[in-house]
Design a protein around this ligand. Structure first.
Ligand SMILES: Nc1nc2c(ncn2[C@@H]2O[C@H](COP(=O)(O)OP(=O)(O)OP(=O)(O)O)[C@@H](O)[C@H]2O)c(=O)[nH]1
Ligand SMILES: [Mg+2]
Length: 316
């Protein structure tokens, strides 16, 4: 599946992506989900002790206390109702439950005709710039005219990093000097995207802690400028979350959502954690759809979030 809703991948591409997803999730598979597998196949009774063990493992997997409790409750009801007697049978029900928790919205970004603007926000080092480069690379391959706005004006290195990427990808960059006003760069970029008739403008922003009030205010200002100056454009705000931050990612997301109203999440570094359960917590506790997942540092290591494929990859 392509990362864009309206573009299809070839079957071969899809196969390659699934292998990458499996490889990317190998730490999680070997870690907590491996332990889950042991629990399900160890010939245990489906008793209170089993559920306590399951509960502990799910919390360790970063699924979060709240979501874990809900899942356990649901599962107990199903066991009763469907008369499930052994852990092997239960395993199937568990996988279904996991898919159900991740269900409803399929991931991917929607592109419309005319100018699309994707504003990317998140804490320091979560993977914003890398994710932007990955998105730009995919867009470029589909023949779209892409432009990037360097609204991370805090560090000269941030602008340099984007320069390297955009040169490599052959994508236009709109940047100003270090220290300039981020909202002014956004304004410039919109004018430029319009005059060049670009299809997509991706706006990089400086990393900030969700607790830094003044910086969150700056982010709101960038958003205001984009929404005011580009009224005609199709706009979306993408929050980049680092999966290795676990439960902390959830509290970050809540505060970013309060400040700028997030449309979707890109969850990065799923290849770097043994506890991929955070995907479930994000989905259940935030009610913001996961659009994309990052499973590595390279250009191609960005995938659409597909719940069924995700669960398949974890247990295959
Ligand atoms: N393993 C892995 N590494 C990733 C992934 N996404 C990003 N990274 C790495 O994470 C580090 C930080 O990425 P950046 O894209 O610079 O993060 P940022 O959010 O732009 O950071 P600031 O600009 O400092 O706020 C880099 O070393 C990336 O290569 C991923 O999906 N998997
Ligand atoms: Mg950056």
């Amino acid at each position: 599946m392509s990362i864009f809703k309206n573009v299809e991948n070839s079957e071969d591409e899809d196969k390659g992506m699934f292998q990458k997803l499996k490889d990317g999730l190998s730490k999680t598979k070997k870690g907590i989900f491996g332990k889950l597998n042991d629990l399900f196949t160890g010939g245990k009774e489906l008793d209170e002790e089993f559920f306590t063990e399951l509960e502990e493992l799910l919390i360790q997997a970063d699924i979060g206390v709240h979501t874990t409790m809900k899942m356990i409750e649901d599962l107990k009801v199903k066991v009763e109702k469907e008369d499930i007697e052994d852990t092997k049978e239960f395993y199937k029900v568990f996988k279904e439950e996991l898919s159900d928790f991740l269900q409803d919205e399929k991931g991917g970004l929607t592109l419309k005709d005319g100018l699309n603007i994707i504003m990317v926000v998140g804490v320091n080092g979560s993977g914003k710039t890398t994710t932007i480069a990955k998105i730009a690379s995919k867009l470029k391959k589909q023949g779209k005219d892409v432009m990037i706005a360097a609204c991370d004006t805090f560090r000269a290195a941030a602008i340099d990093q984007l320069e390297v990427w955009t040169n490599q990808l052959g994508v236009r960059l709109v940047a100003q000097k270090e220290g300039s006003d981020a909202a002014a760069v956004a304004y410039d970029a919109i004018q430029s995207a319009r005059s060049k008739e670009a299809d997509v403008l991706i706006v990089d922003t400086a990393g900030r802690l969700h607790t830094q009030k003044n910086l969150m205010e700056e982010l709101k200002k960038v958003k205001r400028v984009i929404y005011k100056e580009a009224a005609e454009a199709h706009k979306q705000i993408l929050l980049v979350l680092d999966a290795t931050n676990g439960q902390n990612a959830i509290s970050q997301a809540k505060l970013f959502h309060e400040a700028v109203n997030i449309d979707g999440i890109a969850l990065t570094k799923l290849d770097g954690t043994a506890k991929g359960g955070v995907v479930v917590a994000v989905k259940d506790e935030l009610g913001i759809p996961i659009k994309l997942i990052g499973v590595g540092e390279k250009e191609d290591d960005l995938q659409v979030f597909n719940p069924e494929k995700f669960v398949d990859a974890l247990f295959s």
